[in-house]
Design a protein around this ligand. Structure first.
Ligand code: ADP
Ligand code: F6P
Length: 459
């Protein structure tokens, strides 16, 4: 039987791995007797080059450790100080050091070498995200001929941003070794095609196939979804004692994000300040809960965003708090999924306002968690991949605080009838394109693109 091999930077460890991606892939991995390979999260002095088995899941989990140097150069460096800002339209935040690229190449080559003894005839390999762009090329160097697909969870940069990389040509050389490239949104596929056209020798054979460095690759859009039915059930079952109590009858507005500069959190705080200045009727009537656990704290840009957001939240609270009411609660913690689902269900407004985002799963989780009889309103940035699928949200420009403040006011006063109508369409989309649909559709396309390659090879 053809096994599925998933490779991602982070391996979902723990006895009860949760989260949509894990659930979706767990199904696919279980039915094909598959393997998930990734970083254990352990930084050690002398890591073994044998992948370590991690029992306790319905599929095999093989992990590797990293040295401090690899972690700094591959993960914090090239992945999160070069590719992440670049793909999120912030090339000014890149920190380009030659050793970052060396470390990124070295770790990808090492992962390929460690994978080799575990691969069998008939395997299909599915590589996740920007940490592992060179992996197919490294596997090919070792003689692996299995179909290898890639899915990019974050946006693909346009030509101007790609040109700011230290190695734009190499990026496309790496990508040319995959059989199938998956993107979140049409705009990413468009950016890929345009960047390849301007920066490399590429021939576009059809809207979804390209000849890149004499290799034929397929590229398609597969918007990732959530485990929607499970999230609905979590929200319905959320314990009542987790309800947020306030001293006023304020409606809840919620934002849940990693504390990342791509998520537009300062812009939310500024818009909220404008709302309260321009619409004083809403004072004590709306309470903003922002949950944002710090992430990638060793990277300077993340230290800056933390200071900026704390300062802004303090300023708004200083300006508007009353004895009974604090406008912004800003929490730097992770919240268990069932509590999160319950908070989403209570919230009259879900704020998802990234400046750039591959998809943004929070938008889908917020919709899934609502009570369809009396749902809340999703305010969604036009720069989230999710906006292509969710036009019935209030779509805003996160760079314009007046536009966002206006959407907050509209959401606060939106009649129930309109909220129900918008929510019904959004929920239909979230349920029908869930994470199982995503992995099924991707893996079917990988099979088809491999059959295409097989017939090319036979000609
Ligand atoms: P990204 O992958 O950039 O972090 P997404 O919105 O696509 O952004 O996915 C984030 C995931 O992490 C969602 O499933 C969300 O519920 C979860 N998450 C984010 N912040 C928290 C938090 N504070 N507590 C629990 N889960 C969180
Ligand atoms: O969605 C983008 C992504 O980088 C994922 O690959 C990753 O799991 C998530 O964000 C969290 O980032 P990190 O693994 O760097 O904490």
């Amino acid at each position: 039987m053809s096994r599925l091999i998933v490779v991602s930077n982070r391996l979902p460890l723990g006895d009860n791995p949760s989260g949509g991606l894990v659930v979706a892939l767990e199904d696919a991995l279980r039915s094909s007797g598959g393997v998930w390979i990734g970083f254990s999260g352990e930084v050690v002095d002398d890591p073994s080059d044998d992948l370590q088995d991690n029992p306790g899941a319905p599929f095999d989990r093989l992990s590797f450790d990293l040295t401090q140097q690899d972690h700094e150069e591959y993960y914090l460096g090239y992945s999160n100080s070069i590719l992440w800002p670049l793909c999120h339209g912030r090339p000014n935040l890149m920190r380009i050091l030659p050793e970052y690229l060396d470390g990124y190449r070295r770790v990808n080559a090492r992962i390929a070498r460690m994978m080799l003894p575990h691969l069998r005839e008939g395997d299909r390999i599915w590589v996740q995200d920007y940490h592992l762009f060179p992996l197919a090329a490294e596997l090919r160097k070792l003689g692996v001929t299995a179909p290898v697909g890639h899915f990019l969870h974050i946006p693909f940069p346009g030509p101007a941003d790609c040109a700011a990389l230290p190695n734009p040509e190499e990026l496309f050389e790496w990508l040319s070794h995959f059989d199938l490239l998956g993107f979140q949104a049409q705009r990413d596929l468009g950016a890929f095609a345009e960047s390849a056209r301007q920066l490399t020798q590429v021939t576009q054979l059809s809207p979804t196939s390209f000849l890149l460095d004499d290799r034929k690759i397929h590229a398609q859009v597969f918007p990732i979804g959530i485990d929607a039915a499970a999230f609905v059930a979590e929200a319905e079952a959320a314990p009542d004692e987790d309800r947020i109590r306030t001293l006023t009858d304020a409606k809840l507005m919620i934002g849940v994000d990693r504390l990342d500069y791509s998520k537009g959190i300062p812009q939310r705080f500024r818009a909220f300040q404008i709302l309260l200045e321009q619409d004083p009727e809403l004072i004590e009537k709306i309470s903003f809960l922002q949950i944002a656990p710090p992430t990638r704290g060793e990277v300077e840009a993340y230290q800056v965003i933390r200071e900026e957001t704390e300062h802004l939240a303090g300023r708004v609270n200083g300006q508007f708090s009353t004895l009974n009411w604090t406008p912004i609660r800003f929490i730097h913690r992770s919240v268990p999924r069932n509590v999160l689902a319950g908070l989403f269900r209570q919230a009259h407004i879900g704020l998802v306002t990234p400046l750039a985002d591959g998809m943004n799963l929070v938008a889908k989780e917020y919709v899934a968690a609502q009570n369809p009889e009396d749902p809340g309103v999703l305010i969604l940035s036009r720069f989230a991949g999710a906006a292509e699928q969710m036009p019935d949200a209030l779509i805003i420009n996160p760079h314009d605080p007046h536009d966002l403040a206006q959407a907050m006011a509209e959401a606060m006063r939106m009649p129930k009838e309109e909220r129900r109508r918008r929510h019904a369409t959004l929920l239909e989309e979230v349920m029908s394109h869930d994470v199982a649909w995503w992995s099924r559709t991707y893996l079917r396309a990988l099979r088809v693109s491999d059959q295409g390659h097989e017939s090319d090879r036979m000609q």
